[in-house]
Write a protein that binds this ligand. Sequence first.
Ligand code: NAP
Length: 325
Amino acid sequence: MTATETRTPDPAGAGAPHRAIDVAIVGVGKIARDQHLPAIAADPRFRLAATVSRSGGVAGVENHPTLEALLDARPDIGAVSLCQPPQVRHEAARSAILAGRHVMLEKPPGQTVAEVQALAELARAQGVSLFATWHSRHAAGVAPARDWCAAHPPRRVRITWKEDVREWHPGQTWIWQAGGLGVFDPGINALSILTAILPAPVRLTSADLAFPSNCETPIACDLVFAGAQGLAVEARFDFRWQGTPAWDIEIEADDGRLRLSDGGAALAADEAARPLSGPGEYPDLYRRFGDLIAAGASDVDVTPLVHVADAFLLGRRLTVEPFHE
Ligand code: NAP
């Protein structure tokens, strides 16, 4: 389910390829360096005009220590891409929208559902584009998987999302603090794919959440969802996994099986690998952001975050051994 709505188009978007949109990156951490900077550099519709970073930003790029400083100093910067931890994203997004800037949100789009909905309202009132991104939905296998599910109604889905938190999130203390989501930080990527490929919604029916005794967020969880016509979905997320990560979704229909692996980058139907191609997740996110700005539209789908909120509402809480990095 994607919520997209339209307002007056911005001539700086796709209709005017000669004029790039000046964009600022806010929070220059792992995802900004690994994905956002290269994606912006490769997209002629955007130009990296500045950063907001407490730790110096990007060599050769104008940096501001706070978002407020950037918004005051650079009214010409039309868009900001918010790449900080979710706990501080709402206030930043609110300031940027009130200053009339288009906003791209990293996933998860906020630390609560209501704050994301409030941003969507504010963006509508201010006449700017808000894009709550779900990067995994832009993996090459996701669109073909959605097409397969439309033709072969799923009966059972098994999700396995396991990775070593020490390898994939080193030093990210925010992930263990309330609002940081713990294992749902990667797990919500699986839920973003699930909710993009199933032909009908599912609802959470049970959850077990394992909290280290010294952390505010879970290190592992088991989830069960139910859908129409007997559809059953089981998901296991685990940060304690060591070795090769598993980011897999296996789907059974009456007349076939689908396996989406490597976070959506690989696809096999009935054990036969399907050739895939695509621009890559983050180049496709910036293509979409440019299209939304050009069309005067926003794209804010909270469904994956609703499932996580439901897991915290319904989940049985188990206390497990403390986590030390
Ligand atoms: P990170 O490496 O910890 O980087 C986040 C950056 O945000 C920090 O380097 C810092 O940048 C800034 N920041 C940190 N704490 C802050 C605070 N309290 N207030 C303001 N700014 C703060 O985290 P990340 O892995 O890039 O993840 C950031 C977001 O992207 C998360 O929501 C995550 O789910 C999402 N994401 C991550 C990945 C991944 O593979 N890592 C993939 C997709 C999406 P400055 O020092 O420049 O201020």
